[in-house]
Write a protein that binds this ligand. Structure first.
Ligand SMILES: [Zn+2]
Length: 85
């Protein structure tokens, strides 16, 4: 498995997001994890996506736990999502 980046945009973005989600859910295989580890070092696009997903999850978790979601967190996620597209 190897992916290249063109103009800072990952050409396997869909595939990467799928793997990133598996990793966040702790459902990724060891080889998928090492692939993403390596990939994120070279792919700023996916690294950003990973951060957004992680923050998004923590926001969802807080909501499920009926905890207050800091406005800063919401704003930072919105900004990240907006700058990704
Ligand atoms: Zn990528």
């Amino acid at each position: 498995m190897k992916s290249e980046t063109t103009n800072g945009r990952c050409k396997d973005l869909d595939k990467c997001i799928e793997l990133l989600n598996l990793i966040i859910d702790n459902e990724a295989l060891p080889e998928e994890e090492s692939f993403i580890d390596e990939h994120l070092e070279n792919c700023a696009c996916c690294l950003k996506q990973y951060e957004v997903e992680k923050e998004f999850r923590s926001l969802l978790k807080r909501k499920l736990e009926h905890r207050e979601v800091p406005i800063d967190l919401i704003v930072s996620i919105k900004n990240k999502i907006a700058s990704t597209h």
